[in-house]
Design a protein around this ligand. Structure first.
Ligand code: CCH
Length: 285
């Protein structure tokens, strides 16, 4: 466990593994959604990080500025208070960890606990103040097309292959009418990370859902699954589609590329002092 030198606590890998274990224990809950907080915790890590702008070097997970308005009130962050509140108990117990390290570590724990790949992670983020909040509009708008997706993710520094790999996270969780306005899950197993998102995109027939809500797709055969306009753009666009086909065929390849891209996402813009990354033990190891 951590060393105390001159009153300063220096956490070790074991201390971070304890945080991982405590997060893992909180995730399953039969009262919530599909039985797990995992998806909303992944989304918190992604939205905390996906504000990065490589040209101005602003945004990203460093700072954990989503704790403050106006960022907490940005439309894209609706519902993420659930994840932040869930993790507050962990912060109170392990007060030495920064919110920015905690949120990203929790996203790694959620991916691993939902059957996904190991995501190497390292500490070093510092919490900022309200002045570092990013302007609204840095996260993707689900009603848009491939041009918008590219503009948003290229700004973070990702390429087409990485955009498609990251999008596979939509195997997890669901849309909520009281958060984004959209409704429903993408896959039949929303608490397990698999390449089903890509398979369903290619294999199901999708049509516009007839309802009063925002424009979204539903699967023709069961009408119980959904795709956003931005999800469908990944098979309409030839360059994106190539990667959807690769990942639909090969779950190992998806896991490898997802782990690389998601690990990088969580590190965008962070001035780390140390190179060493930790690979956490999953509960099932
Ligand atoms: Fe996403 N996502 N996402 N998404 N997302 C939503 C939910 C989740 C977009 C829009 C939405 C990524 C990329 C995109 C998750 C992870 C990732 C919702 C529903 C919308 C809308 C929110 C609600 O109503 O609760 C758009 C647009 C893009 C890209 O163009 C990426 C990248 C990731 C992670 C790597 C996860 C997980 C969820 C489920 C959350 C939950 O609460 O179940």
């Amino acid at each position: 466990s951590g060393l105390k030198t001159g009153g300063v606590f220096t956490p070790t890998k074991d201390d971070f593994q304890k945080v991982y274990n405590d997060v893992a224990e909180l995730l399953e809950n039969n009262e919530y959604d599909d039985g797990s907080y995992g998806p909303v915790v992944v989304r918190l890590g992604w939205h905390a990080s996906g504000t990065y702008d490589k040209d101005t070097k602003t945004g990203g997970s460093n700072g954990a500025t989503m704790r403050f308005a106006p960022e907490s009130d940005h439309g894209a962050n609706a519902g993420l208070k659930t994840a932040r509140d869930l993790l507050e108990g962990i912060k109170q117990k392990h007060h030495w960890i920064t919110y920015s390290d905690l949120w990203t570590l929790a996203a790694v724990a959620a991916i691993q606990e939902m059957g996904g790949p190991k995501i190497p992670w390292r500490p070093g983020r510092k919490d900022g103040d309200v002045s570092a909040c990013t302007p609204d509009g840095r996260l993707p708008d689900a009603s848009k097309d491939q041009k918008h997706i590219r503009a948003i993710f290229y700004r973070m520094g990702f390429n087409d292959q990485e955009i498609v790999a990251l999008s596979g996270a939509h195997a997890l969780g669901r849309c909520h009418t009281d958060r984004s306005g959209f409704d429903g899950p993408w896959t039949f197993s929303p608490t397990m990370l698999t390449n089903d998102y890509y398979k369903l995109l290619l294999e199901e027939k999708w049509s516009w859902k007839k309802w009063n809500g925002p424009k979204q797709f539903e699967d023709v055969s069961t009408k119980s699954l959904m795709m956003l306009p931005t999800d469908m753009a990944l098979i309409k666009d030839k360059e994106f589609r190539k990667h959807v086909e690769r990942y639909a065929k090969d779950n190992d390849l998806f896991f490898k590329d997802f782990a690389d891209a998601f690990g990088r996402l969580l590190e965008l813009g962070v001035p780390f002092e140390k190179e060493e990354k930790f690979i956490f033990k999953s509960t099932s190891d």
